[in-house]
Design a protein around this ligand. Structure first.
Ligand code: ASP
Length: 330
């Protein structure tokens, strides 16, 4: 059942579901930071976003760019073995291989990405190298690992004991019903997406993940796909996604959120409109989680999920806090 989200002055979003247009949407300002262009704002997905935000905020406090901030921020999750869906410690694919996806985008509209990279702990930094050292946008598979090594990244085993055991357990329980579509559980969706705005008002984004646990080898999700897992337009804002990547790719989710903001929607409204497309595409009841975070050029932010359980970390006005995400379906 579609749920009405509890925000003051909220739009009749069910009408939007049918119409597919944003016209007539009443501006929601509950989550807005009205006034000057936002300064030193960071938003990221899930609980581990808190530590990531801290690292990003430290970079911003030192007057560095939003790009430096998002890279430093998400590297914290990539390096944390307890975060089982990002970088080192990420749960492996069906073959027991840890394959990672990442993308990064700066305020000039440049982007870099890697897909299905193995044995490199910080794919986000490899993605940045792709953006800055080549005229390509995306490098995948063995080529991505080779590229990383050529640029001085160390090859290392990313499969922790915990992840190895989880994979063995999954294999032991494998049945003909297993379709790589686990039910929405909090620990299934730990991609870190992060959008930051620096003290010049410039916006950058990063997204990094080990993707769906026990996925088919070679599967690439939304996170490294510019416009799906993450997108930034410095004139408008930035957005990032987490959750069922296939559903996000099919609507070019983060790009859609940014384009909705360009047409005048607040970040919350922009996300909602994107999520409603996913709901519609899945007959009103998608059996998975998807959530987006977004920041507008004006420093407004939004975070919204299909389902209960999503959390996001927000750094603004010098304070870093974890929030339970609003959601649309119950
Ligand atoms: N979006 C990621 C993917 O589909 C997974 C997640 O956020 O949980 O690869």
């Amino acid at each position: 059942m579609t749920r009405m989200i509890s925000r003051r002055g909220f739009i009749a979003w069910s009408a939007l579901l049918g119409s597919g247009v944003l016209s007539g949407v009443k501006a929601d300002r509950v989550f807005s930071a009205k006034g000057a262009v936002g300064r030193n704002n960071v938003i990221s997905t899930w609980r581990h976003g808190l530590a990531a935000n801290e690292a990003a905020a430290e970079i911003l406090r030192n007057g560095k760019s939003a790009l430096d901030a998002v890279e430093a921020g998400v590297r914290v999750s990539e390096g944390d073995p307890d975060v089982t869906s990002v970088g080192y410690g990420g749960l492996p694919d069906e073959q027991g291989r840890v394959t990672l996806d990442a993308s990064i985008m700066n305020s000039k509209g440049n982007a870099g990405a890697v897909g299905c990279i193995e044995n490199i702990k910080h794919p986000i930094s490899v993605a940045r190298k792709v953006m800055e050292e080549t005229d390509h946008v995306m490098i995948v598979g063995a080529g991505a690992t080779e590229f990383a090594k050529l640029h001085g990244f160390k090859e290392e085993d990313l499969l922790t004991e915990k992840a190895r055991k989880a994979h063995l357990e999954w294999k032991a329980k494998l049945s003909d019903k297993d379709d790589w579509l686990p039910p929405p559980k909090e620990d299934d969706h730990d991609t870190i997406g992060m959008i930051a705005q620096d003290d010049r008002g410039d916006i950058a984004g990063a997204c990094t993940t080990s993707g769906l646990r026990f996925k088919i080898h070679g599967r690439v999700g939304d996170s490294p796909i510019v416009g799906a897992g993450m997108y930034v337009d410095n004139e408008v804002g930035g957005a990032a996604a987490t959750g069922r990547g296939e559903a996000v790719i099919k609507i070019a989710g983060s790009h859609l959120v940014v384009e909705n903001m360009r047409r005048g929607a607040s970040p919350m409204e922009a996300i909602e409109e994107a999520l409603k497309r996913i709901i519609k595409a899945h007959n009103g009841n998608p059996e998975f989680q998807v959530a987006f975070i977004a920041i507008s050029k004006q420093g407004e932010f939004g975070a919204l999920a299909l389902r209960k359980g999503f959390q996001y970390a927000l750094f603004r006005n010098g304070a870093n806090k974890l929030y339970d995400g609003e959601y649309l379906l119950s």
